[in-house]
Every structure is written in structure tokens, then in C-alpha cells.
Design a binder for this molecule. Structure first.
Ligand code: ZN
Length: 304
């Protein structure tokens, strides 16, 4: 089903003399690359499939100075002559300015030869909402304690640097808590009338003590207590994907634990800077915080 479309695009591109932007074929180079989309919103994720004739030593995809890894896809390829399959995910930051970008592909083969190419990518405005939040004096002073926040972010950055090179997740990611979506992804947070930052995940409000489930299978890379982010848990799902859970009453797993999708990993609380019991749920792709909701429904991100 995929093949005729692929060929049609190539033919159409050749007939019209256009740059082929969605899929490409470099017969002489022995590389096929296909993007799940070349027009995306801020906060989206792109899946990249790479087929090669020779085995790769390393592959990277660069967007606006940020590097994403390429992983070996163990599934067999049906395409003749392309015996090696790879996959990469590119996270589109909510802060990436809407405009045209170039995705830079750099492939290094085991035989030391290299292959480079570029794809055009259009990033559109995510149309995020503005959110006014009133904090008490005490919470405001914690929230504006930038050195504490800086330290917490540095610790979190390490935890969201994914190390697992195989895929531990499967379709779909699930909401960690059943509850009311109290704050969407990307909204500009205005604390006590001062614009602060945009929301890096989604907030789900639920009564204190409600069980929190692992959004997908993976390995726990962080369990910690923070002043701003509250009690926090991070799970590495492989292929560059992690999920973050903040403001927990408590976590019931420890670093290094393997968890299954749906397994209870903690309970809802309002630790850290929070205006009520909720879980802040974040999803990162190559350390970029993307809109986790996209991963609940977009099957294209999973099918290989
Ligand atoms: Zn939040």
C-alpha cells in the first residue's frame, strides 16, 4: 500500500520538476528516507524511517542546532536491496519559531563512508493559549527561586537523556491518570500577572492519592523530590522517548525498575509548586518536550 504512493510521489516530483519533500530515493546512494510529515505544528513529533543497503555505524538528524539519534529498527524490510532499517524521532519544541527549516541527515557507515542529505520542514504555530495563575506569596517565592529551578532542571535533563536504544514502548501511550485536563500543553503561564514560561506538558487534575500509571513500558531513570517540580518520576521508553511525572504524593517504583504500560508507579499529590492535586505529565523526544497528547492517538508514529 505504501509502495505505489512512494513511487507516485517520486514520479510526480520528477514530472513537475519539484523538490521531493515527503519521501526521497537516492538509488545511487543506496538510501531511502521517509518522514511521517513535513508540515508540523510546534509540539509535534516526526517519525523518520531510513532504509540503507549498508549497515550504519551512526546516524544523526539535526534540526535548528539540536541533534536527534537514529536507532536500528529490528523489523525486517520487504524492500529488495535495502537490508538495513533505522528509525529516528524528531521532537518539535513548542518554542521553535514557525518557519521553514532544513533537517540535516548525517549517516556514517560501518565501512567508514558517509552520506549526507537535507529535507525541508515547515513548522506552523501551535496556537497555544495564555493561562493566568495566582500563586500565594510563599509558592511565588519558591517558583521565582531561579537557582533551585536551575538545579532541578539540570537533574531532570540528565534523566531525560535517553540511553535505551531499543524500543520498549508500543501503541498507544496512555494517559497516566483518569481525570480532568486542567492545563494544556504549550500554554503561556502568567504567574500573578507576570509572563513566566510556557507549559512543557499537560496537567491532569485528580484527587490526592489517585494511582498514576506508567504511560508505556520502559525503565525508571529518576525518582527524586524537588522544591518546584515536587516528587518526580522519569521513565525511559527507548528510541529517544521519555515520560515525566511531577507533583506526585509519592512514587512506588525506584530507579532501574522495569515497568509495564499501565503499571502503578505512584500516586497523585500536590508537592512542589502546585495549586491543587494533579499530575504534570510530560513526554520528551531526544530531550525536547513535545505535546504528549499526540502520542495517545497518532498511529503513524508507531507503524513501521
Ligand atoms: Zn504542568
Amino acid at each position: 500500500m505504501h509502495t505505489p504512493l512512494f513511487i507516485n510521489r517520486i514520479r510526480l516530483g520528477a514530472i513537475l520538476g519539484l523538490v521531493i519533500i515527503c519521501s526521497t530515493l537516492h538509488a545511487e546512494s543506496g538510501v531511502r528516507i521517509a518522514l511521517s510529515s513535513h508540515k508540523v505544528n510546534q509540539g509535534d513529533t516526526i517519525k523518520v524511517e531510513i532504509l540503507t543497503r549498508k549497515a550504519l555505524d551512526q546516524g544523526t538528524i539535526k534540526l535548528n542546532g539540536h541533534t536527534f539519534s537514529v536507532f536500528r529498527n529490528p523489523n525486517k524490510t520487504s524492500r529488495l536491496n535495502y537490508s538495513h532499517r533505522y528509525i529516528g524521532y524528531v521532537g518539535i519544541s513548542r518554542k521553535l519559531k514557525p518557519r521553514r527549516y532544513l533537517l540535516d541527515f548525517s549517516l556514517k557507515y560501518l565501512d567508514k563512508t558517509r552520506y549526507k542529505t537535507q529535507f525541508k520542514l515547515w513548522v506552523k504555530d501551535g496556537r497555544f493559549k495564555k493561562e493566568h495563575i495566582t500563586l500565594s506569596k510563599k509558592k511565588k517565592s519558591i517558583q521565582r527561586d531561579y537557582s533551585t529551578l536551575g538545579n532541578e532542571n539540570a537533574t531532570l535533563k540528565k534523566a531525560i537523556t535517553p540511553l535505551i536504544r531499543k524500543k520498549l514502548f508500543n501503541y498507544p501511550f496512555i494517559l497516566p491518570v483518569k481525570g480532568r485536563l486542567s492545563s494544556p500543553y504549550g500554554g503561556m503561564r502568567i504567574y500573578n500577572n507576570r509572563p513566566a514560561w510556557s507549559h512543557s506538558g499537560i496537567d491532569i487534575a485528580a484527587p490526592k492519592g489517585t494511582p498514576i500509571k506508567a504511560a508505556n513500558s520502559g525503565k525508571v531513570t529518576l525518582v527524586d523530590s524537588f522544591k518546584v517540580h515536587g516528587n518526580t518520576l522519569v521513565i525511559d521508553h527507548g528510541f529517544g522517548i521519555t515520560t515525566i511525572y511531577n507533583h506526585l504524593e509519592k512514587a512506588v517504583v525506584k530507579v532501574g525498575d522495569r515497568v509495564r504500560k499501565g503499571q502503578i508507579v505512584g500516586h497523585v499529590g500536590s508537592t512542589g509548586v502546585a495549586t491543587g492535586p494533579h499530575v504534570h505529565w510530560g513526554l520528551t523526544v531526544g530531550r525536547i518536550r513535545v505535546n504528549p497528547r499526540v502520542w495517545l492517538t497518532n498511529r503513524n508514529l508507531y507503524d513501521y
